[in-house]
Design a protein around this ligand. Sequence first.
Ligand SMILES: NC(=O)c1ccc[n+]([C@@H]2O[C@H](COP(=O)([O-])OP(=O)(O)OC[C@H]3O[C@@H](n4cnc5c(N)ncnc54)[C@H](O)[C@@H]3O)[C@@H](O)[C@H]2O)c1
Length: 325
Amino acid sequence: MPQSQNNKTILVTGSAGFIGFHTTLALLKQGHTVIGLDNLNPYYDPSLKKARNKILKKYPNYHFYQGDLIDLPFIKKVLVKHKIDQICHLAAQAGVRYSLTHPHSYIQSNLVGFTHLLDETKNHKIKDFIYASSSSVYGQNEKLPFAVNDPVDRPASLYAASKKANELIAYTYHHLYGLNCTGLRFFTVYGPYGRPDMALFLFTQAILADQTIKVFNHGKMQRDFTYIDDIVAGILASLDRAYPYEIFNLGNHQPVELEYFIELIEKNLGKKAKKEFLPLQAGDVRATYADITSSQQKLNWQPTTAIETGVAKFIKWYKEYYKIK
Ligand SMILES: NC(=O)c1ccc[n+]([C@@H]2O[C@H](COP(=O)([O-])OP(=O)(O)OC[C@H]3O[C@@H](n4cnc5c(N)ncnc54)[C@H](O)[C@@H]3O)[C@@H](O)[C@H]2O)c1
């Protein structure tokens, strides 16, 4: 376990990414030292990653390294330079749909990169390894809500398979070397500085540009959209407790129909969407819904942001960031 609440040195991978940025900011504000690592890859507009990183660089207790997790000497260099107390591993090749066309990117970042980092964590005798898994691991499960002890052996995409593999690899390192490993299954995270490849961003952008939005499964989809501040609270609680081996669902526990989600965006933009209704995409699932009993009990975690509040906050940010009247 970490020595003190306020002077930990934490390595956050993917610190220029959406969740990594918000997590790092919260840690810096709490007075911790953060070693940030990111390759700033162009999966989506790197200028957004640079803008997030610019905000973080204003903090003297933030030390950033640009590099790739598949570059083992790079990871070794960073770990030798700093005495790290805990690892918060959020870097990954994200996105379900992209994994249909770019499978190797998932193998490289999510399997090779993950194992490089975990193995160096062991070599440097760092005890706590908190990492991002995903609600995608529930794949084709039909039982709702999704509980952490449900079987997750039928991933619907290579992205999901890579996240499930992370959980298994982490278990092995816990078993063999006594590392404290906590995997967090995030459920569709959204909020300011959010990802441009995700629905809220894509829909907002398209509606403002008078373009048609693609509504998959004819709008008959449910997502347990989870606000970024709630996700960060769950990550911080996991770092504070650093259990020997756990998997937690971090989801809002309030699934929302896609049609209602679009209505909220329209209401906040004061503009109607042009919709194209399409069938369910390969790799996608119809519904996600988190059972959070274990996260409530063991992390004392409770999501507090209603979708109406969260969408309004995102759109306020979007308009300010992209200077839209
Ligand atoms: N956003 C969500 O809804 C969601 C849901 C479930 C799980 N997750 C997981 O949470 C984590 C963070 O997601 P996010 O939404 O912030 O994504 P993101 O793409 O915004 O952030 C990931 C960051 O990692 C960096 N990165 C990727 N591969 C790298 C590599 N090989 N070496 C170094 N840096 C690399 C990217 O440049 C990016 O800045 C990921 O592991 C993702 O799979 C996210």
